[in-house]
Design a protein around this ligand. Sequence first.
Ligand code: ZN
Length: 136
Amino acid sequence: MHNLSVGKDVLSFCTKCKLILSAIIIAMKDDKVPFRVECNTCKTTQAFKDPSTRMGVKKTKAKRTRAKEVPVAEIWEEAIKNPNANKVKYTIKGNFIVGDILDHKKFGPGVVFTIIDNHKIEVIFQSQIKHLVYNR
Ligand SMILES: [Zn+2]
């Protein structure tokens, strides 16, 4: 692995362009893994998506169910600090993008981590990851 740090370019799967594109690292998860990136093409700030794990959907799912030891609170804390994130109130009618900070009346503040499909998003809350309905 080459040296990655904030400000450097990295290949990430852009959820907006739906392509693997170069992006600028905005925040690091640890010294090796980027956490948030800005797509060089559409300039959207979003969670870093490792292109290699993004290739197969099945692979990603398997990884996610196994990743129970990932400290959700840690990811949540990092994400919630992002000053560039959109802060929005959660309603099922709302439309969200990856990186948005939701205010959920039951679960509290959460960060949109993945757009699952047109009506489902994966949101990280302080102690849990939830699938929420949106865009209804
Ligand atoms: Zn893009």
